[in-house]
Design a protein around this ligand. Structure first.
Ligand code: UD1
Length: 423
């Protein structure tokens, strides 16, 4: 198992290219199941989660080839051979549940393993299932699997009203509705940029979708979808993560491909903390204003609110702020596992339920720490960049699920960071 060693204290200067969004790509890939024509995705990130989704699709009979060093994915579901998504693959990644809607819509049946528990809370899939039931699906939970069948004549349009906003459930039902008979209305839909990106790709494939990016999405079902070529939207979480690097270390970094509209709520908090963000022709330039970072309060919320996937990284910044910041995690319970690790580096953090109070210290100190999930692991790297001495982040396989070549991207801007194998 690899570890990452960071020696803190270096200013960062330069530019960092931001990849295509993991979470967009993980929902665009299953869209191949909706059509027998080829789907090509460009600007794909090179991550282990993408390889896991490719393997899941292959297990269903889809062809998935990677071109241009993994940045282009050529997908074809011309000859699907199975509707069974096995536990052995699904357990590795929750996003596997996103094959359920497409399989059901195209083949009229699906058997998908229930994703197991997850380190950041219970994360059920009940909303996915209820939404598909509203389209007429008959579901049966047996032996750890969802056994799903479309009614005679296929799925039919319906009204889905989500009691709470779910990104994954919105994606699943949106894909299923493209091939359902009649009109589907999705109310209280997620508005994340990844949903908008999915809707764009589906529309290119011939789907009739209105309202993506708003609370109400309307889909007119069509008989079949065509092939398409689609560029994956920029990863707003990778963007926000690298924007925090110069914020924490000082210096000036341009995040290439960055756009304010992807990270607006996050930028407001950076501004309040004393960080300047400027739009350039090629991305976003980030630099810290003179003086110490100021404490800010943060509450996570569905888009356009502050993303839960940037909460851990923001906490790393606030550990050295002047004053006390209050972070409220409203999306997932148990998503402060990075707090005890940051405390090993000298951070002052009090966690009570979904609230963390972070009192800034002048300086963090390097320490051996352990990554417990994807975003937690990168927050420890960010903290290490600001800390005095050496930080060793172990169990970085979490990191590789969501960040491509983190050590190269930060290293190119002057960070002292290296990967060591087998530690
Ligand atoms: C997606 C992202 C994840 C991000 C999250 C919130 C992917 C692959 N993952 O996850 O990185 O952190 O959005 O922006 O895109 N819930 C239920 N029942 C359900 C589904 C969700 O109760 O059937 C709850 C969850 O426990 C959570 C909330 O709804 O409290 C939001 O979850 P959701 O938006 O569905 O997250 P994911 O789609 O799993």
């Amino acid at each position: 198992m690899d570890s990452i060693i960071v020696r803190g204290g270096a200013e960062l200067n330069g530019s960092i290219p931001i990849a295509g969004a993991k979470n967009a790509c993980l929902t665009l890939m299953p869209a191949t199941l909706l059509t027998d024509a080829p789907l090509t995705l460009t600007n794909a990130p090179r991550l282990s989660d993408i390889a896991t989704m490719a393997n899941l699709l292959r297990s269903l009979g889809a062809e998935v080839s990677t071109l241009q060093d993994g940045q282009v994915l050529a997908l074809s579901s011309h000859d699907l051979t199975s509707h069974h998504a096995d536990y052995e693959i699904v357990r590795k990644m929750r996003a596997s549940i996103l094959v359920l809607g497409p399989l059901l819509a195209r083949l009229g049946q699906a058997e998908v393993s229930l994703p197991g528990g997850c380190a950041i809370g219970a994360r059920p899939v009940d909303l996915h299932l209820k939404a598909l039931e509203a389209l007429g699906a008959e579901l049966d939970l047996r032996d750890g699997y969802v056994h799903a069948r479309a009614p005679q004549g296929g799925l039919r349009g319906g009204t889905v009203t989500f009691p709470l906003v779910s990104v994954g459930a919105t994606e699943n039902v949106l894909m299923a509705a493209t091939l359902a008979r009649g009109t589907t209305v999705i109310e209280n839909a997620a508005r994340e940029p990844e949903i908008v990106d999915l809707a764009r790709c589906l529309s290119r494939m011939g789907a009739r979708i209105d309202g993506a990016g708003t609370e109400t999405i309307t889909v007119e079902g069509v008989d079949r979808l065509e092939g398409a070529t689609h560029r994956v939207v920029t990863d707003r979480i990778e963007l926000g993560t690298y924007m925090l690097a110069p914020a924490i270390c000082g210096g000036e970094v341009e995040c290439l491909g960055g756009r304010i509209d992807l990270v607006e709520a996050f930028c407001e908090k950076l501004d309040a903390a004393g960080i300047d963000v400027t739009e350039t022709e090629t991305g976003l330039k980030v630099a810290r204003r003179n003086g110490r970072i100021q404490a800010v309060n943060v509450e996570t919320a569905p888009f356009p609110g502050f993303p839960t996937d940037l909460q851990a990284q923001m906490m790393a910044l606030l550990c050295t702020a002047e004053g006390t910041s209050v972070l409220e995690e409203r999306i997932f319970e148990n998503r402060f596992m990075h707090a005890p690790e940051l405390m090993r580096m000298g951070a002052k953090i009090d966690v009570h339920g979904g609230t963390a109070r972070v009192t800034g210290v002048e300086r963090l100190r390097g320490a051996p720490v352990m990554a417990t999930d994807l975003r937690a692991s990168v927050s420890l790297i960010l903290a290490g960049l600001a800390a005095e001495g050496e930080t060793v982040v172990s169990r970085v396989y979490h990191l590789d699920r969501g960040y491509e070549r983190v050590e190269d991207k930060l290293g190119a801007c002057g960070a002292r960071i290296e990967r060591v194998q087998g530690r």
